[in-house]
Design a binder for this molecule. Structure first.
Ligand SMILES: Cc1ncc(COP(=O)(O)O)c(C=O)c1O
Length: 393
């Protein structure tokens, strides 16, 4: 399938020709660990399912097509995908990362790869003016990139503060320094943002989120140029953190409706974010679609819409946050994001608990911060759920 087709056509068809063995229209779940050979080495392209599996191959082809990359690789989780990308670095190399970042990625940098010799540097806490998002993060990165920097690592929008980083500007900065730019595109999805087209080198996903879209599977992916993915493919097979065929099938099924789901996530989130800014209990709303968000102009330039994630800081701090978190009925108090159902979370004690408290607070993740993953339910019901929970009804 060529890239001339539109996004939804590729989501439904790329890598998903009728099954060559049976004609099955939907890619089958190839639940096999091994493949029978006619003679040693004579096989049909598959030998062992850690190395390759047809259901996984279909997913990898589709993901590459959606991100506009030459090759995709699927992993057992987003964290496994992150580790696979970091595996191409050597002891002594440096990674320059944004201060606002998924807690598990910070944990991988600090507690898995640091003891092994990787040095991670982070941009300033978000309250320092240049990093507020207005300059797309450029000044912050310019300060921490050194001759040893081999990779720049960003998420945009960031987790959980929804800051916007200017992908094209950071790609230029990274390349001038001889470093690769890796973008975790989990929050935006390729439907809203195509980092490879903006100059990024590698894309990482937690497919657990919008790509799977139904909170029923954990998975990850890496997408990029063939030459860059070759050592990551080696690592995928050597370390073996691969998804099983059923998990691949679930993500592939999720991808088919990504475009329509994202449209509704974005529309619902835009309405709720605007409404939340008018609620007296709310101190600040973090949503890149709001015109006064410091990253709004950069977001408009590099995204087609602003996504389904909102964070809010409440006047009453931790107590108010805990009340809201436990009073919503439609928003489930749960880790994760990007599913059809709305979720509410407390970054300080949940998704970002692996970041030490003093670092977390310096980065703006205060105990009164609540993160919403806005689902695709009827928006009036979601708004009423939040209204009641904020009012303590
Ligand atoms: C932005 C981002 N990247 C990576 C991950 C890790 O993905 P997984 O939980 O699939 O390992 C997460 C998980 O929440 C995430 O939010």
């Amino acid at each position: 399938m060529t890239d001339d087709f539109g996004f939804s056509t590729r989501a439904i068809h790329a890598g998903q020709d009728a099954d060559p063995a049976t004609g099955a229209t939907v890619v089958p779940i190839y639940a096999t660990s091994t493949y029978t050979q006619a003679a040693p080495g004579q096989h049909k392209g598959y030998e062992y399912s850690r190395t390759g599996n047809p259901t996984r191959a279909a997913l990898e082809t589709c993901l590459a097509s959606l991100e506009g990359g030459e090759r995709g690789l699927a992993f057992a989780s987003g964290s496994a995908a992150t580790a696979a990308v970091l595996s191409i670095l050597k002891p002594g190399d440096e990674v320059a990362a944004a201060a606002d970042l998924y807690g598990g990625t910070f944990r991988l940098f600090e507690r898995v790869f640091k003891p092994w010799g990787l040095v991670a540097r982070y941009t300033d806490p978000p309250d320092a003016p240049p990093s507020q998002g207005g300059d797309g993060g450029v000044a912050g990165f310019a300060r921490i990139i050194t001759p040893a920097t081999k990779m720049v690592w960003i998420e945009t929008p960031t987790n959980p503060l929804l800051q916007i980083i200017d992908i094209a500007a950071i790609a230029e900065l990274a390349h001038k320094a001889g470093a690769l730019l890796a973008v975790d595109n989990t929050f935006a999805s390729p439907y809203l943002q195509l980092p490879l087209k903006l100059g990024a080198d590698l894309i990482v996903h937690s497919t657990t989120k919008y790509l799977g879209g139904h909170s029923d599977v954990v998975g990850g992916a890496v997408i990029g140029r063939k030459d860059l993915l070759q050592p990551i493919a080696f690592y995928q097979n050597a370390a073996g953190g691969v998804p099983g065929p059923f998990d691949c099938w679930l993500v592939l099924r999720g991808l088919k409706t990504l475009a329509v789901r994202m449209d509704r996530h974005c529309a619902n989130a835009r309405q709720l974010a605007t409404w939340l800014t008018r609620q007296p209990q709310v101190r600040r709303v973090y949503y890149p679609g709001l015109p006064d968000h410091p990253g709004h102009d950069v977001a408009k330039k590099q995204m087609t819409d602003f996504g389904g994630m909102i964070s809010v800081s409440l006047h009453g701090g931790k107590d108010a946050a805990l009340k809201l978190l436990t009073r919503t009925k439609l928003f489930s108090l749960a880790e994760s994001l990007g599913g059809v159902e709305s979720l509410i979370g407390h970054p300080a004690t949940m998704t970002h608990a692996s970041i030490p408290a003093e670092i977390r607070q310096a980065r703006g993740i205060d105990d009164g911060l609540v993160r919403l993953s806005v689902g695709i339910e009827d928006v009036g019901d979601l708004q009423e759920d939040l209204r009641r929970a904020l009012a303590g009804e």
